[in-house]
Write a protein that binds this ligand. Structure first.
Ligand SMILES: [Zn+2]
Length: 166
């Protein structure tokens, strides 16, 4: 951010609360660009005993991950991941169990991750190019390539959900 959204003065780097931040030096303005992380929900969806990975339409071939999305205003994280499950995969999430927070500093995001149990018929949303439905053992050995965070979320989900059912 280069200019103050309140008074249009050029922002400067200023040390505030011990952190370098972009802030407005104009007298009486006081704007600070806090740049707080954006919350994003992520969910590993289990449907008919198989784990669903999805490839976003904009991603290269072979790149699959858990589903993700931003929260709408006034939405709980649980509500957001159940909505994304419905929008992206067509299925109805019956339960979203929180499994952990994950920082994604490159995108200034905080990932709120869930294990989701879903039923109903699959029907892919516009954002999703294709999916994979993997058994637990297939998921455990799936190659996520450079998607380190996805691998961490998946292994945390698998540890959390316990009972092998592949
Ligand atoms: Zn200002």
């Amino acid at each position: 951010m280069k200019y103050c959204p309140q008074c249009a003065h050029e922002l400067h780097d200023m040390l505030i609360d011990g952190v370098d931040r972009r802030a407005c030096p104009a007298a009486g303005c006081g704007f600070v660009h806090w740049n707080n992380p954006i919350p994003v929900v992520a969910g590993l969806v289990r449907h008919e005993g198989r784990y669903i990975l999805a490839r976003n339409a904009q991603w290269p071939a072979g790149m699959f991950s858990v589903i993700t999305g931003f929260l709408e205003k006034n939405e709980t994280p649980e509500g957001a991941i159940l909505r994304e499950t419905r929008e992206e995969l067509g299925v109805r999430g019956r339960r979203a169990e929180f499994i952990g927070h994950f920082a994604l500093p490159e995108f200034n995001q905080l990932i709120i991750a869930f294990a989701v149990e879903a039923d109903g018929s699959l029907g892919l949303g516009d954002e999703i190019a294709e999916i994979k439905a993997l058994s637990r053992s297939e998921l455990e050995t799936h190659d996520f390539g450079h998607l380190e965070l996805t691998r961490n979320i998946v292994s945390r989900c698998l540890a959390h959900t316990g009972s092998p059912d592949s």
